[in-house]
Structures are given as C-alpha cells and as structure tokens.
Design a protein. Structure first.
Length: 139
C-alpha cells in the first residue's frame, strides 16, 4: 500500500465524511489543543524519569486494538514529521487507508526562509478543542 498526503483542509473534509483523525502528538500536546474530534494515540511520550521524548512501545498495539485495518485514518502531529513516521508504521502493519496530514496542528515552515510550506489546522481556522474527544483520550 502507499500513504497519501493531504492538506489540513482536505483532512477536515475527509473527517466530515467519516475518516478518523488520529493525533500522534504527546498527551500533553493533545491536551493543549487538537483538531475537534481527534483521538490521541501518541507516537512519542516524555519519559517519566528524564522528561526526554521516547517511543511509545504500545503505539501499533493500541492502533490495532481500536481500528480495523481498512479504517480511513488521518494521521496528524504538530508539523508533519511524527505523523509521517506513524503513517509509515501503520502502512507496514497492514493498515490500508492511511493519510499523513501535512502541516499537522501547528503548520510546517521552510527552515531557510521561515515561509509557511504547509499551513496547520489551527492557523487554517479549522475547529479545535482542548477537551478530550469522548473516548479519544489516550490514558
């Protein structure tokens, strides 16, 4: 299978048509604000002892336990890096309808010019929330 890449506006439209937005940012980032309706399954979480971000060893297990392999999934993070990695993992584990949300929640910029390359969900004026989506908080 191959991963598709969608803008935040296309992701919002797909979400309205039944796709599930999976926010792979940490639980702290998700709590600060996320796409309305997004569920949180972090790819990385801060280590309790060091505070350093570490891989969530349960990421794939949780995804498999909660979503059928043919579920349309929109994978988003802050700017697009973690979501691409998560989408690649899901693809490798047999998920067949995975889309990486370019720009994520915060938007991606060109490191040389600072120019916005992919606008984020929040800056695009799409609906956001700080309350967890019912049944969508990771803990």
């Amino acid at each position: 299978m191959s991963i598709t890449h969608v803008s935040v506006t296309d992701a919002h439209a797909a979400q309205a048509n039944g796709a599930t937005y999976v926010d792979v940012r940490s639980t702290v980032e998700y709590a600060r604000g996320h796409a309305t309706g997004a569920v949180n399954v972090p790819l990385l979480e801060p280590d309790e002892d060091t505070g350093q971000m570490t891989a969530n060893p349960d990421f794939v297990r949780v995804m498999k336990a909660n979503f059928a392999p043919d579920t349309p999934l929109l994978i988003g993070c802050q700017v697009g890096g973690r979501s691409l990695r998560a989408a690649q993992m899901l693809d490798a584990f047999g998920f067949t309808q995975v889309a990486n949300v370019k720009g994520g929640f915060g938007g991606a910029t060109d490191p040389m010019s600072g120019r916005v390359v992919d606008p984020g969900w929040e800056a695009s004026g799409l609906p956001t929330d700080t309350a967890p989506t019912p049944g969508g908080a990771y803990p």
